[in-house]
Design a protein around this ligand. Structure first.
Ligand code: 7TS
Length: 429
């Protein structure tokens, strides 16, 4: 398999982020020009985009990488020996290496491209789950899981007779680690847990969760969808068995995400989807399968999207994940302090949190609130955020949610607060 990537580094690296120009300036102010979409008015007001937990905006370098791929290199990967095909293959594999380095995997063979985090979890559920689990085996999840990390395990449990157990919340609305400890037993085969809740914003102690699970011989999958875009991730330090993320939440395009898995474990897993790309030798009645990572990448993949995700990783790395995290910690503190000035507002989750806040505002329905805010150009999400069981647990049907990224500013938060206050007056709460 040709994975020659020498000389490709610069091709898809494109331009240096604006941020590197003047390290003294505020991070958001520096990166803002990199995001053309943010510079527009919505309903007559400057756009204030606060729905980053749903999807992030894309910097110019990512848009350029996608266009550049289709403009000059587009061909199918791993098949042709012609020049375009090997250029496409090289770019596709280089992006995989970038992702591997980004999460500190031992090898790029440990990175499997998927459509998104949801598909990555389904891959593990259908491949490992169906082939490994049996009646009475236990899977530990938590009540705060996104539906993506719930439904696949419900399906596996229905098919195998495995039993689902759920870690609850502390009164501070964080993961109840004592409850988790009490659920662990030799029957536990898998712990599948969200790293950062997309609703509570809590950052779960994944390293400790993994250590405790491994002591019982259980495997651990980490849903890092809301973590990877915002903080440095080291899969070796976490020692998790699998980790999943979606490209579109980390400045990359839609249609591309990845599964990290430990090499030996991935090698031991049967194929998920069958077809071209994932085979070694095919006969009419049987086949042998390709080595990693191709064994799990049946069919023509999202090549341009993978290449553009590689550009997104370059962009984030050039800014520095620690810098992004530090900036977001400060901005989140400002968000919480600002929201605290509205007494009718009930925030969900602990004060120590990632850069998002889900809340109820008096008796205003979150959809009405979101509609009113949209009139002021402020984009937030309303609904159950694909955590219906968590909302049920919190005894609320739906919530409003503001979620930040490094290009958001204090002025964005001021606009949110102004729009919330206006909505409060309008609805008389
Ligand atoms: N896991 C978590 C923790 C998430 O927040 C999401 C998406 C997913 C998994 C699924 O990601 P996908 O790319 O496969 O769809 N969360 C959200 C959200 O909070 N609002 O819209 C999507």
């Amino acid at each position: 398999m040709a994975t020659q990537t020498e000389g490709m580094e610069n091709l898809y690296r494109t331009t240096t982020p604006t941020a590197l120009v003047d390290p003294e300036l505020d991070l958001a102010a520096r990166v803002r020009p990199d995001f053309p979409l943010l510079d527009q008015t919505v309903n007559g007001h400057p756009l204030v985009y606060l729905d980053n937990a749903a999807t992030s905006q894309k910097p110019q370098v990512v848009l350029e990488a996608l266009a550049q791929y289709y403009r000059s290199d587009n061909a199918n990967v791993h098949r042709g020996v012609h020049t375009l095909s090997s250029r496409a293959t090289d770019a596709y594999e280089l992006a995989r290496e970038k992702i591997a380095r980004f999460v500190k995997a031992r090898s790029s063979q440990e990175i499997i491209y998927t459509r998104n985090a949801t598909e990555a979890i389904n891959l593990v559920a259908y491949s490992w789950g169906l082939s490994t689990l049996g009646p009475g085996d236990e899977i530990i999840l938590s009540v705060m899981e996104h539906h993506s990390n719930l439904i696949p395990w419900q399906l596996v449990a229905q098919k195998t007779g495995a039993v689902l157990r759920f870690v609850g919340l502390t009164p501070a609305e964080t993961l109840d680690l004592d409850h988790y400890r009490s659920l662990l037993s030799p029957k536990t085969r898998l712990v599948s847990l969200v790293q950062v809740s997309n609703t509570l914003g809590c950052i779960n102690p994944v390293q400790e969760v993994v250590r405790l699970a491994h002591a019982q011989g259980a495997r651990v999958l980490v849903d890092a969808c809301q973590g990877v875009p915002h903080m440095a991730i080291d899969v070796q330090a976490l020692d998790c068995d699998w980790l999943v993320a979606s490209g579109h939440k980390m400045c990359g395009p839609t249609g591309i995400g990845f599964l990290y898995g430990k090499l030996d474990l991935l090698r031991s897993m049967p194929p998920f989807l069958g077809g071209g790309e994932m085979i070694a030798d095919v006969f009419l009645d049987h086949a042998t399968y390709a080595d990693l990572p191709y064994r799990f990448e049946a069919g023509t993949p999202a090549i341009g999207e993978a290449v553009a995700l590689g550009a997104a990783v370059d962009y984030l790395q050039a800014l520095g994940m620690d810098q992004i995290h530090t900036y977001e910690v400060e901005l989140t503190a400002y968000l919480l302090a600002s929201l605290a000035k509205i007494p009718q507002l009930r925030l969900y989750g602990p004060p120590e949190r990632a850069a998002l806040a889900a809340f109820s505002f008096g008796t205003i329905h979150p959809h009405d609130l979101s509609t009113i805010l949209d009139q002021a150009g402020v984009a937030i999400r309303a609904g159950h955020h694909c955590t219906q069981p968590l909302h049920r647990h919190l005894r609320v049907q739906s919530t409003a949610r503001a979620s930040l990224y490094f290009y958001n500013t204090r002025a964005d938060i001021d606009a949110l607060i102004g729009a919330l206050e206006a909505a409060g007056e309008f609805f008389g709460v």
